[in-house]
Design a protein around this ligand. Structure first.
Ligand code: DSN
Length: 415
């Protein structure tokens, strides 16, 4: 990864690209929504497909010269259909948010009602936050997790649905560490005659590998992003039954987007092929096993986990019981100094602010790609706890940074 062509034209950008590669190599990437894609996906994403306009869909484009674009997009579609068992897949959304936008555009009129999980309880901006277009174009009501247990409050959701009479219920979350019971949410949707969108952005890879139950075939629409646990490069997808296929396709293009990012579609095709291999299931299983060990290690050091643990790739730590004077933002900054990159995160019953929240969120997808096993993750968990115990202690930070350096050497990236 020399970037010699960039360097010849633009040394400033070449320096930044190389700096980012070294940053990823020399730190522990634990932002739960991030991952390291394969060299094959990187190669596809930096290909000449970036030059091609291919508005439309395979076999029905608005431009000539699309034979290879057709081939690549059809491969991405076929592989996604096989991976997820979906009747119809659209692989063109530029991101998970744009996948959600397509579903709203396909199914709702402005002013229609969306029932979704509150952002501070683990939801997502594109599920109805007032700062997002969704919160401005639609009427939004939000359900919550049970603040005592940290688990989704399915009964509260059912009561709220009966009262609010939503047109669509959104499930699927960005900071929820537990298995989602899709059938229970579908039952609520059926009872109030609402559609159901399951946004599996975070767990797309876990669902593909069969280590988290799938909402495909249960919810009316399933959206995902392709760069998180599934490692297929940046982008989004929408899955649905055949009856919604034309509406979803029209909502993606021309409804919400112009030309597809064909280099990213090529990355998705390659990443989905990799996800169909048996090794991917082993990777997804190890990701979850590592997250469980991470949670146990943090708990052993006195930290409080929302819901007490995890069933997926992430843990959410509420710092208030153990470290009331340390915010998630403080912890994020100190950990980054020590070479551990994660994010401060709101927690259920948040008492600070989204800019300086009470928790941290940590995920294992990227470390697992590097080969981290349970033993290495235990070391990482101990490092995190040490820094949180002494975020202002330069000696502790330096000592942890040494351990992080050793781990980065033992588990090299893009070698
Ligand atoms: N921003 C992503 C996350 O970190 O969860 C979701 O889009």
């Amino acid at each position: 990864m020399e970037h010699e062509h960039v360097r010849a034209v633009d040394p400033a950008v070449a320096d930044a690209l190389e700096g980012e590669l070294e940053r990823q190599r020399n730190t522990l990437s634990m932002i739960a929504s991030e991952n390291h894609v394969s060299r094959a996906v990187l190669d596809a994403q930096s290909s000449v497909m970036t030059n091609k306009y291919a508005e439309g869909y395979p076999g029905a484009r608005y431009y000539g010269g699309c034979e290879y674009a057709d081939e690549v997009e059809q491969l991405a579609i076929d592989r996604a259909e096989e991976l997820f068992g979906a009747e119809h897949v659209n692989v063109q959304p530029h991101s998970g948010t744009q996948a959600n936008q397509a579903v709203y555009f396909a199914t709702l009129e402005p002013g229609d009602k969306i029932l979704s999980l509150d952002l501070s309880h683990g939801g997502h901006l594109s599920h109805g936050h007032p700062a997002n277009f969704v919160g401005q174009f639609y009427e939004v009501e939000q359900y919550e997790v049970d603040e005592e247990t940290g688990y989704l409050d399915y009964e509260g959701l059912a009561d709220l649905a009966e009262e609010f009479e939503p047109d669509i219920i959104v499930s699927g979350y960005s900071a929820y560490p537990r298995e989602v019971e899709w059938e229970r949410i579908q039952t609520v949707a059926d009872d109030v005659d609402a559609l159901h969108l399951a946004d599996i952005a975070h767990i797309t890879g876990l669902v593909a590998a069969g280590v988290h139950p799938s909402p495909v075939g249960i919810a009316d629409f399933v959206t995902g992003s392709t760069h998180k646990t599934i490692r297929a490069g940046r982008g989004g997808i929408v899955m649905c039954d055949e009856e919604y296929a034309d509406d979803v396709d029209a909502a993606v293009f021309p409804g919400g987007q112009g030309g597809p990012l064909m280099h990213n579609v090529a990355g998705k095709a390659v990443g989905f092929k990799e996800a169909l291999e048996p090794e991917f299931e082993a990777y997804a299983e190890q990701t979850v096993a590592n997250a469980k060990v991470l949670g146990e290690t943090l708990a052993d050091h006195g930290l409080s986990l929302v819901s007490g643990g995890t069933d997926n790739h992430l843990v959410l730590v509420d710092l208030r019981p153990s470290h009331p004077d340390t915010s998630g933002g403080d912890a994020e900054v100190a950990l980054e100094e020590a070479g551990i990159v994660l994010n401060g995160n709101t927690v259920p019953g948040e008492t600070r602010s989204p800019f300086d929240p009470s928790g941290i969120r940590a995920g294992t997808p990227a470390l697992t790609v590097r080969g981290f096993d349970e033993e290495a993750i235990r070391t990482v968990g101990t490092c995190i706890a040490r820094v949180i115990d002494a975020p202002d202690d330069d000696d502790v930070i330096a000592d942890v940074r040494e351990t992080v350096d050793d781990l980065c050497s033992a588990f090299p990236l893009y070698d």
